[in-house]
Design a protein around this ligand. Sequence first.
Ligand code: ZN
Length: 382
Amino acid sequence: MTDAAPAFDFSAFSVVDNHLHPYEIRHEGSRYAPLNSFLGMPGEDEAALAHRDAMLYQRWATRQLAAFLGVEPTPEIVAEARAAQGDERAWAERLFRDQNIEALVVDTGYPQPPVDMAGFAAIAPAEIVTIYRIEPAIKALLDEGVEWDDLVPRFDGGIERAIRDEGYLGLKSIIAYRTGLEIDLAHESDEAGRAGLKQALASPDDMAASKALRDHLLLRALRHAVALRVPFQIHTGIGDRDIVLERCNPVLLNPVLKREPYRDAKVILIHTYPYVAEASWMAAALPNVWMDLSEGIPFAVTAVDRIFATALELAPINRILYGSDAFAGPEQIWLGAKVAKAALARVFTDLLHKDLVTEEDARDAARAILAGNARVLYGVLG
Ligand SMILES: [Zn+2]
């Protein structure tokens, strides 16, 4: 990376945040939750605070918000100053205006129980697009112990209603948090699904027993995405401590995504970090694959330049999506956009100095990654 001042300033570019979650604002404890990493020990005891405060993300985020608020950059002072801002919508407006954040693509499947979306919309002054997650529906059906002949119409009907009547613009799966991304195509048939349901219901406390059923339902949902012509987000890469990280490399999805009819589904590999290079290949080599960079941005804050540089190695610029994976407050949406724009400027300055891009290439790519690609994918006009 060059030491020279960046040749670009993307700070005024508009942002469509491709992946985040609805939130309610809570001011409790000595730290302000949106400045916490998504990792770290919960709670306020000495060990938990020391663990979180030792994270570079947390220190950086605290400094950024302190500067925006004009206060001392200590976690306690920032938490206090932030709580004193009053009107949540007006505060979020200030943050969103600062980074020109126009639209939010929201996965409503986390947290559970769901956040009231009217309440969220009231404090998130941007265009909001919602994505329907299939796992809460699967959980409800399993908890009820439904028969196969009931499960199919209810699962299918839930997806169809979500897209046709409830305004969702895409589907989502977190099978990476359940049984991993190594989807076995042998579970594609209805007979395999029926057998899978029997297995899952026989051992409700054993996640592995639900693999055949979950594989079947993911494939079924992907076929719906093709028929309904909506994008499908699949969690890949890092997550919190519940993730099955050893089975989260997006390359595990290759056998499915290469095959008819699944190759016709517009699949967005969500997060991808630390498998950004693998995802960059997939976005280049497979016909309908996009890669999202949320969570790595902003939480792996020291890696953000490298994440962009790696994504750009192979993936076409119209297949890379910026996102924040915000889950606790508007500051995360703001921090993600801020660090992403600065990193993109540094990365493209380096590529320009190496004569690998023109200034026009760089601006086109930054516009596309920060907003344009998501607008096309979800039909968000902004
Ligand atoms: Zn997420």
